[in-house]
Design a protein around this ligand. Structure first.
Ligand code: ADP
Length: 237
């Protein structure tokens, strides 16, 4: 489903002067649930941006959902984005739109008909447990509920992949776990999930494939069981 081979990325305006990603190799199968862990600045978001094509690699191969990014043209990007739902730490909801309208908006911009919107939006709202709150505005909801709206908006078009970049970063422990449980439910319905988190409690409790990113490299992958200590950490150059 997601395949990265020898992917490197150096931001031209990098403050550290160091590459953000160094020869990343990653293979995530359909229906997997993968947790990316690592300290701030490790490169987690950059890996996700490689997958969403928000950023381009300097080198390396990326294939997502059968699409080789080397062949990707700008006109294919909306089609690609339909396959990938994204959830952010800060929810990114439209403050003057209701819950229903926020979820519907994702379909409107994708050119879906009113009929499709009326069919799909209530299902997505039900999936995230917000039935009854359709007419509420974001400021009338708790942080956990806002994140649920953002998840409903991301899954309403039934993406094959859901990317959640620190979705629990602004939430307390109980709401964080609710959100992670919801991501598991979505994964159980057949969506591949990539989650980044700082929260080690979540990582331990989840019991899913864990990938540790450090200094632009994958240093641990629970599935393969490999622990690759980066060369500079071993004192090698
Ligand atoms: P994480 O998500 O693990 O916190 P990031 O992928 O955001 O890490 O960042 C990895 C490195 O790339 C950091 O050193 C960060 O400062 C740098 N970086 C990220 N985005 C940009 C950007 N748009 N321009 C310049 N440097 C960036």
């Amino acid at each position: 489903m997601i395949f990265l081979e020898n992917v490197s990325k150096h931001y031209s305006r990098s403050k550290t002067g160091l590459p953000a990603l160094k020869n990343i190799n990653l293979n995530v199968g359909a229906n997997e649930f993968v947790v990316l862990v690592g300290s701030s600045g490790a490169g987690k978001s950059t890996i996700l941006k490689m997958i969403t094509r928000e950023e381009k690699p300097d080198k390396g191969k990326i294939i997502v959902g059968g699409i080789d990014y080397a062949d990707l043209r700008p006109r294919h990007i909306p089609f690609l984005r339909r396959k990938i739902g994204v959830v952010f730490q800060d929810f990114k909801l439209l403050p003057k739109r209701t819950v229903f309208e926020n979820v519907a908006f994702a379909m409107e911009i994708a050119g879906m008909t009113n009929r499709e919107i009326k069919q799909s939006v209530p299902k997505a709202i039900e999936l995230v447990g917000l039935t009854g709150k359709e007419s509420s505005f974001p400021h009338q909801l708790s942080g956990g509920e806002r994140q649920r709206v953002s998840i409903a908006r991301s899954v309403v078009r039934q993406p094959k992949i859901l990317i959640a970049d620190e979705p629990t970063g602004n939430l307390d422990v109980r709401h964080s776990w609710d959100i992670v449980s919801l991501l598991e439910k979505i994964n159980n319905c057949g969506t591949t999930v990539l989650l980044t988190t700082h929260n080690m409690e979540i990582v331990k409790k989840l019991k899913r494939r864990v990938i540790i990113v450090d200094n632009g490299q994958i240093v641990f992958d629970k599935r393969t069981g490999s622990v690759e200590i980066p060369q500079q950490r071993r004192g090698l150059k």
